[in-house]
Design a protein around this ligand. Structure first.
Ligand code: GLA
Length: 373
């Protein structure tokens, strides 16, 4: 009798430990957007982290992360319902394509043919045009639990969609493990030579929008960045960060230099809205940035395979975006770090190419490791 009780107790304990170590993925409805049914997958680990990704835009809709006291808060901006993402779009947490960031004058050429895109950001194309991948209702290909919880989303972009050549098959794979690492991996194949730059556009507020993200302490492993013109298109220069407000090689509070109007680049971006050239070899997953929020103790360490990282301080958030929990989002509420090829690479032959040929597989991997101190 005693032995049995002991045994039962032991197996219960084993089960509890197994459960505590396993990460789980669950699938559920997430309302509708313009009449289309939207679904979401929630990835949860045994450490109190939870990521919810909805099919609309393969969007990271919510990310719960514990603070130094173990209290979880949602650290990404966004909306409560899928419909709001279409009603007042702003790329919150979305998967961006076909070309994340800007293409100058909404034009590029490939094999001596010129392609015209939609100019949706002054004269330029931003984030693939106004009907980019962030507005598409992706499919859920698979959902799995285990040492890491995982969900694979897919979207097939028809040949010529938004002006881009080739039928593009895209997947976005989100996974979460027990080391508090959220990983996002984009892959694509094409039927014709094309250009592609996929990224995730999370707006991080590590405090959970209780404090300004400008108080965050940021490190960016980049010795150079690409200065921009008035319309935020790279001039082509690769400039040393040394001696500029763009030197984040050692940790700096964002607010310390964001108002340094002596720097024309700060004026041009109305703060930070610039591509940093991540140190190390593109294609290898390497440390790119660290963000620490002193108020909550939350820390996010980011590694990327991409050559560049767009650092954006939410400069266009003007208080008219009413997000989750009826919070009005304002400039400086968030930090975005968007890994990809450089902005406007298709028009800069000396930038790493965004070209994808049939038979090749495009990949862009980014990991976000969370902790608290
Ligand atoms: C990117 C761009 C910004 C802005 C946001 C969306 O981060 O670099 O300039 O367009 O997307 O508002």
């Amino acid at each position: 009798m005693k032995f049995c009780t002991l045994l039962a107790g032991a197996s219960l304990l084993a089960l509890t430990i197994a459960q505590a170590n396993a990460a789980t993925a669950t699938r559920a409805g997430f309302g509708a957007a313009n009449g289309q049914k939207v679904e979401a997958v929630t990835l949860s680990n045994g450490k109190g982290m939870r990521a919810r990704i909805m099919t609309l835009g393969a969007t990271l809709q919510s990310l719960m992360v514990p603070d130094k006291a173990g209290k979880a808060a949602d650290v990404v901006l966004g909306y409560d319902t899928a419909q709001q993402y279409l009603d007042r779009p702003n790329y919150f947490g979305a998967s961006i394509g076909r070309y994340a960031n800007r293409i100058a004058h909404a034009k590029f050429s490939l094999d001596s043919k010129t392609y015209t895109l939609e100019a949706n950001d002054g004269p330029n194309t931003l984030h693939g045009g106004s009907k980019g991948f962030d507005k598409k209702n992706w499919k859920i290909d698979s959902v799995s639990s285990g040492p890491e919880a995982k969900a694979v989303f897919s979207y097939v972009s028809p040949d010529g969609e938004a002006g881009f050549p080739g039928e593009l098959h895209v997947t976005a794979t989100y996974s979460l493990d027990d080391n508090n690492v959220l990983k996002i991996e984009y892959r694509a194949t094409t039927s014709k030579p094309t250009i592609v730059n996929l990224t995730n556009h999370a707006y991080f507020s590590l405090s959970g929008v209780t404090h300004s993200a400008l108080d965050d302490i940021v490190t960016i492993h980049a010795a150079k960045f690409t200065p921009v013109d008035q319309t935020l298109i790279p001039t082509g220069e690769r400039r040393d960060v040394a001696g500029t407000p763009f030197d984040f090689r050692t940790p700096h509070r964002v607010n310390d230099r964001i108002r340094d109007a002596r720097d024309a680049q700060i004026r041009m971006g109305r703060g930070y809205d610039h591509n940093f050239i991540v140190d190390g070899r593109p294609g290898t997953l390497r440390p790119a940035a660290v963000v620490e929020d002193p108020s909550s103790g939350r820390v996010m360490e980011m590694a990327v395979t991409a050559p560049g990282l767009q650092f954006y301080t939410g400069n266009f958030l003007d208080g008219t975006f009413i997000g989750k929990d009826r919070k009005s989002y304002r400039q400086g509420d968030s930090i975005s770090l968007e890994p990809g090829v450089f902005p406007d690479a298709p028009n800069h032959p000396d930038f790493l190419s965004a070209r994808l040929n049939p038979g090749q597989t495009y990949t862009n991997v980014m990991t976000y490791k969370f902790s608290a101190k």
